[in-house]
Design a protein around this ligand. Structure first.
Ligand SMILES: [Zn+2]
Length: 117
């Protein structure tokens, strides 16, 4: 396994394109640690989220002092893809090592097979 350089704490630069995106919260907000969204313009959408609009979860997290950042983008993905993403656990989609280690610990607890479709 190759060790990748650590990602910047600010996450990915939001692209001004249409697609789905995954936001990772710096700390869990109750049970939530991730947010999946769809937009015609991801960069613009994230600016809206920054103002506390567009998502009650992200607004509440910001109000609680919990920041979030972009960790994954699926260019050109549509709303049906977004729905599929919503059915998956965010930590399984998130490339952040701290989220992956949570996922690995959970998998060991549940004794699930390592290969997940
Ligand atoms: Zn994450």
């Amino acid at each position: 396994m190759t060790s990748l350089p650590l990602s910047t704490p600010t996450g990915l630069q939001p692209p001004a394109i249409r697609g789905c995106y995954l936001l990772c919260l710096d700390q869990p907000y109750f049970h939530a640690r991730h947010y999946v969204g769809y937009s015609d313009n991801i960069a613009q959408r994230l600016q809206t989220h920054r103002k506390g609009q567009g998502s009650p979860l992200l607004a509440a997290a910001l109000a609680a002092g919990i920041d979030w950042h972009l960790v994954q983008v699926w260019p050109d993905a549509d709303r049906s893809f977004e729905r599929k993403l919503h059915h998956r656990h965010g930590s399984r989609l998130c490339p952040e090592s701290r989220c992956r280690s949570v996922q690995q610990a959970r998998r060991q607890q549940l004794r699930l097979p390592l290969a997940v479709a």
